[in-house]
Write a protein that binds this ligand. Structure first.
Ligand SMILES: Cc1cc2nc3c(=O)[nH]c(=O)nc-3n(C[C@H](O)[C@H](O)[C@H](O)COP(=O)(O)O)c2cc1C
Length: 184
């Protein structure tokens, strides 16, 4: 990798103790040298409304942050077999104005954590479908699907599960290579 890779993390959960936000924090902690991970603050993004013009400051700031990043890392819960409304709302905002989608041509890696035995995998496939319309380039493998997630973090929210920690390093390393390939 010739230059440092700036990754922007987006969590699909606003919850303070979110497992998915904690996964992004683990990515920050575990990022191999040459890769940095920031986490976007999406707490001030309002529900999408096409009548809101100009765009809210929080949306404009997020669009800039996404556009400045080399790659995006999304960690989302699964809600009723899909992505969360919160994440879809963020994606809808940054897909606009029409023709100025902030994810256009961006490499994206996807993670999910859930309390259940399927780890949010179904939401990941819905997310891939949305990313197709946004012309983002979702990385295929490795997948990061964290099942029974509450058992894998300590009470402070730190990821303690060794296999998941390894998977995150593997995913960030692969995301750097995926980003490089897309630049060729
Ligand atoms: C409205 C709602 C729907 C949910 N649906 C699913 C689901 O379809 N599949 C699943 O694995 N977990 C489901 N869950 C449980 C989530 O995996 C769990 O709440 C998880 O902690 C959410 O992620 P977070 O900790 O990052 O907020 C659902 C939770 C909520 C609140």
């Amino acid at each position: 990798m010739s230059t440092p890779l700036r990754v922007l993390g987006i969590s699909g959960s606003l919850r303070k103790g979110s497992l998915n936000t904690n996964l992004l924090k683990a990515a920050q902690e575990l990022a191999p040298s040459g890769i940095s991970v920031d986490i976007a603050d999406i707490s001030q993004i309002p529900p999408y409304n096409a009548d809101i013009d100009p765009f809210p400051a929080a949306v404009t700031a997020l669009k800039k942050q996404v556009e400045a990043a080399d790659a995006i890392l999304i960690a989302t819960p699964e809600y009723n077999f899909s992505i969360t409304g919160v994440l879809k709302n963020v994606l809808d905002w940054i897909s606009r104005p029409y023709g100025k989608c902030s994810l256009d041509d961006k490499p994206v890696a996807i993670m999910s954590a859930s309390t259940g035995m399927l780890g949010g995998g179904r939401a990941q496939y819905h997310l891939r479908q949305v990313l197709v319309e946004m012309n983002a380039h979702a990385m295929g493998k490795p997948e990061c699907i964290v099942t029974f997630a509450p058992e894998k973090f300590d009470t402070s929210g730190k990821l303690t599960d060794a296999k998941t920690r390894e998977k995150i390093v593997e995913m960030l390393t692969a995301l750097a290579a995926w980003t490089e390939r897309l630049r060729e």
